[in-house]
Design a protein around this ligand. Structure first.
Ligand code: PYC
Length: 316
């Protein structure tokens, strides 16, 4: 037998998203969190089949489209990658909404999307850009100091922007695309140290440098959970950055922050204070996605790599 999984791929500022439309794992009903748990506990090998080699690549972010359980929403989504699941994903949300727009499934210029960490509201602009109001974001710790083996002293902030980030203040390396392997090595060492010293939840590391393009405010490099780097400026990482800037009084509500990524592409962000205690902000992130491929993944029963390369056959 052959399982056929319908998908559309896109990229947002260079970072790919694969939206699974049908034929994927049967996640049943319930809240989006319950369906995420079912995905994790009963269908995890399908995650690998859908985003890793030989049908994908380690860098791909998957997005299973689901029926929303919150009736105020137009759609629901569960994001995943080569090593697990993401609460939210900023570039992925823009790719997801662009995919629904491409498929003719969005009736207005607005779309409310349920994610496992909260509802996000997206708007499609006439120029093709998409903005979304992210989940409440905040800084958990500031001026945290570590000594990371092979890196030296690291100072930074821990913040939530839909995923957990450690955002470095120092070191501030010269972030250029031709030294990617160096930044991967550095951020991997930083993450290990951060995780071993009180912040096990942090799975993304964000380095900063001055922007190359004068209209931008900052340049970043983001290590993702599966040891890949974000080709985009990272929507949840930019949200975490806005939370830190707001906490430091360095960016006013409504003021634009243009975050340049390692490829030179950018996301524009601004925020307003959330209507809840605790210094939380609601970030708004704007970027552009382009659909790239539409097709079916085929999983044949007798294909030893139907669940990706390297996975134990017995796990599904
Ligand atoms: O844009 O939030 C994001 C993201 C997280 C991981 C990769 N991209």
């Amino acid at each position: 037998m052959t399982q056929r999984i319908a998908f559309v791929d896109s990229h947002t500022a260079g970072e790919p998203t694969r939206v699974i439309l049908s034929g994927g794992p049967d996640l049943g009903s319930g809240t989006i969190q319950e369906r995420l748990e079912r995905f994790r506990s009963q269908h995890d090998s399908m995650r690998l089949a859908m985003v890793t080699e030989p049908r994908g690549a380690e860098v791909l972010i998957g997005a299973v489209r689901c029926e929303p359980s919150d009736t105020s929403c137009d759609a629901a989504v569960i994001f995943f990658n080569n090593v697990g699941y993401l609460g939210m994903c900023g570039h992925g949300l823009i790719g997801f909404v662009e995919t629904l727009r491409y498929l003719g499934e969005i009736e207005s210029d607005r779309c409310r999307v349920e994610t496992p960490v909260g509802v996000v509201e997206a708007r499609i602009h006439p120029d093709g850009k998409i903005s979304f109001d992210n989940v409440p974001s905040y800084r958990k710790a500031t001026e945290v100091v570590f000594d990371a083996p092979g890196v030296g002293q690291v100072v930074g902030d821990v913040a939530w922007g839909g995923n957990w980030f450690f955002l470095t203040r120092t070191p501030k390396p010269r972030l250029r695309i031709d030294s990617i392997s160096e930044w991967l090595k550095m951020t991997t060492a930083i993450r290990k140290t951060v995780n071993e010293n009180g912040y096990p939840e942090v799975d993304h590391i964000e380095l900063f440098d001055d922007p190359i393009s004068p209209e931008n405010h900052s340049r970043n490099f983001v290590l993702c959970p599966g040891l890949e780097y974000d080709r985009s400026p990272c929507g949840t990482g930019t949200s975490a950055k806005l939370a830190c800037l707001a906490a430091d009084g360095l960016l006013e509500p409504g003021e634009n922050w243009i975050q340049e990524g390692i490829l030179g592409t950018s996301f524009t962000g601004h925020y307003h204070w959330a209507d809840e205690p605790g210094g939380r902000i609601i970030p708004t992130i704007t970027g552009r996605a382009f659909v790239t491929i539409e097709g079916h993944l085929l999983l044949q029963d007798d294909d030893p790599f139907r669940h990706g390369i390297g996975l134990d056959e017995s796990s599904d």
